[in-house]
Ligand binder design. Structure first.
Ligand code: HEC
Ligand code: HEC
Ligand code: HEC
Ligand code: HEC
Ligand code: HEC
Ligand code: HEC
Length: 427
């Protein structure tokens, strides 16, 4: 027997409503992706900077990948706070400076020299960025200056460290979906009313054929609606699509722990020790220039000072216990590359002369140590592509440098000495 027409219509409408509801739920988890939904402000340029949501979100991405370890918008980190930097300097100047800071400083540019005197550190070249990418970063900086996203400070703990949800600009989409859903419900109600009126009217009619009576007496079969092929098909499709989406998203971020900042057994503060009291990193991490790993200090290192300082603090009692038991303090590891990757501190700190801040951010400001960098393969490679080898005063590089300068006018980057070879980083 064929399904009644109302069953078909209802199953169709229900599927549609379900889709609408799912789209609505999806949309809420996807805030910020709505750059193309028409609510984005159009790219009216203010001094060469863009207010286009797509550009700004690109800028944020680039900032997080290249600048975040040293800069924040509202606060000074390793480099200056970037708020209103576009008012301090012209955009073309900024583009040039961001791409070639060292060259700008060495050219004697007054502003740049003054900055350098104040911060006493070069920022790395960003010559791999295109001009419009720098503009995108600055556009994001402007947006953050004018209306800061409420994120916690870099130096404080962020629980999961993922980029916090961006402001919703998908209001329009939500409104459309909600509107459609309401419309559907109204249509459903009207249809139901029409149906019952017609049924009542027909029921009074005497001259009905048998076939008509069967149709007339049919009840809406909810079971059939839910088991109808169309409905089941659509539900299955939506379910599979959702599972795939969640799976790919979580696979991409597996093992990426940017922002990880676990609580430690003793609340040791780098801000206090390395910042306020200016204790040298190497005093505690004393193998960082000599070996692959930077050592984590045991309780005896703490005792150098704490046998006299703050001895009554309950935390010191904890440290004394470790000393008595002759056990290391059970610090929770923050940075951790997978075993398949080889990373050597001595090579980066001693040979390359890199400052800890390049990879660890401004530890001196951290109450709780946080993983600031991505620590992905792309992150390592990225730096090897853009960083010059520190060959000055290193006789080991004299020959390579000579050969390199024969074939290339570009400065010798880490990639030129094999920094992109798989076997250098993989056992
Ligand atoms: C390793 C740390 C580091 C990184 C990474 C870094 N900077 Fe800087 N930045 C500095 C320091 C330090 C200064 C101060 C100038 C100097 O000493 O060279 C600075 C200065 C600046 C200035 C001038 C600020 C002012 O007040 O005029 C701008 C603009 C800037 N950086 C933008 C960027 C952008 C954009 C990125 C990412 C593409 C970036 N920086 C990446 C350390 C860094
Ligand atoms: C007084 C000793 C001391 C000094 C000085 C010190 N640290 Fe630490 N550092 C520790 C201890 C203890 C830990 C482990 C507990 C923790 O993670 O907070 C640690 C952890 C770290 C970690 C995270 C290690 C991990 O588990 O991945 C980094 C990175 C780090 N320190 C960098 C630095 C840098 C950079 C400096 C200099 C600016 C510095 N430290 C100065 C004692 C010190
Ligand atoms: C070129 C990037 C880079 C620089 C520069 C750097 N580190 Fe690290 N650091 C890392 C990476 C990557 C790890 C994770 C290593 C691992 O898991 O094997 C790490 C881990 C650590 C750890 C945890 C123990 C370990 O070795 O696994 C400490 C402590 C530490 N770094 C301190 C320092 C200090 C202090 C400096 C500056 C003197 C410094 N780092 C400079 C990238 C860097
Ligand atoms: C070079 C000296 C020095 C070393 C080494 C040192 N500290 Fe400290 N520590 C200090 C000073 C100074 C203070 C601040 C005392 C004050 O506030 O009066 C302090 C304060 C602290 C406090 C806060 C205590 C409280 O109750 O407020 C803790 C916790 C602490 N240190 C842990 C450690 C640990 C753990 C180590 C070893 C990894 C360590 N310190 C190594 C000098 C040191
Ligand atoms: C901040 C920039 C920077 C980052 C980030 C960085 N490196 Fe390096 N790396 C360098 C520089 C500069 C050298 C050149 C050192 C030298 O002169 O030998 C180097 C050299 C190396 C070498 C030796 C290459 C050779 O041919 O001698 C290896 C291996 C290496 N890095 C691994 C890694 C790994 C693994 C990571 C990521 C976990 C990483 N690096 C992240 C800057 C970086
Ligand atoms: C500069 C260092 C460096 C070089 C060069 C490098 N890798 Fe990696 N690679 C890493 C690091 C670090 C990781 C771990 C990244 C993570 O945990 O997200 C990694 C991870 C991987 C993984 C595992 C991926 C995953 O998500 O677990 C594979 C496969 C890999 N690399 C292959 C290669 C191949 C093939 C090459 C040569 C074309 C290469 N790597 C060159 C540093 C490097």
């Amino acid at each position: 027997m064929s399904k009644s027409i109302s069953t078909r219509i209802l199953s169709f409408l229900f599927s549609f409503l379900l889709l609408g509801a799912l789209a609505f739920a999806q949309d809420n988890t996807q805030q910020g992706d709505g750059a193309t939904d028409g609510t984005a402000q159009t790219g009216g340029a203010t001094g060469g900077l863009s207010t286009d949501a797509a550009v700004i979100s690109k800028g944020e991405e680039l900032f997080n990948a290249n600048c975040k370890q040293c800069h924040a918008v509202q606060t000074k980190v390793v480099g200056p706070a970037l708020a209103k930097v576009y008012d301090r300097r012209e955009i073309p100047w900024l583009i040039n400076f961001i791409k070639y800071p060292q060259r700008t400083i060495e050219s004697g540019d007054e502003y740049a020299v003054a900055l350098y005197k104040q911060y006493n550190q070069y920022m790395p070249n960003h010559d791999f960025l295109k001009d419009d990418e720098v503009v995108a970063i600055l556009s994001w900086v402007k947006k953050e200056t004018d209306s800061p996203t409420k994120t916690k400070d870099v130096t404080t703990t962020t629980e999961d460290g993922q980029n916090l949800p961006k402001e919703s600009n998908s209001g329009l989409l939500v409104a459309i979906v909600a509107g459609l859903a309401t419309l559907l419900i109204v249509v459903l109600a009207v249809l139901a009313m029409l149906g019952s009126v017609l049924t009542k009217y027909l029921a009074k009619e005497k001259a009905l054929s048998e076939a008509d009576k069967v149709i007339l007496n049919q009840k809406i079969e909810w079971g059939k609606i839910l088991t109808s092929r169309g409905f089941v098909g659509i539900v299955t499709f939506v379910f599979i699509a959702l599972v795939l989406k969640v799976a790919t998203e979580s696979l991409i971020t597996i093992g990426v722990q940017q922002g990880y900042a676990p609580d430690q057994p003793i609340p040791f503060s780098h801000k206090l020790h390395a910042g306020q009291y200016e204790i040298d990193c190497k005093f505690c991490h004393n193998t960082v220039e000599k070996s692959k790993h930077a050592s984590i200090p045991g309780p005896y290192v703490c005792m150098n000072c704490h046998n006299a300082i703050k001895t009554t603090s309950p935390y010191m009692q904890q440290i004394f216990e470790y000393v008595e038991k002759d056990e290391p303090i059970k610090w929770v590891r923050v940075h951790n590359l997978p075993d398949l990757a080889y990373f050597n501190h001595a090579q980066h700190v001693k040979v390359a002369g890199l400052d800890c801040t390049n990879c660890h951010g401004n530890i001196k400001e951290m109450e709780v140590v946080q993983q600031v960098s991505l620590l992905t393969m792309g992150w390592c490679i990225d730096c090897h592509r853009k960083t010059e080898v520190n060959a000055k005063g290193n006789a080991y590089y004299d020959n390579i440098l000579e050969v390199h300068s024969k074939y290339s006018k570009q400065p010798m980057k880490v990639e030129n000495i094999g920094g992109l070879e798989c076997s250098k980083c993989h056992y």
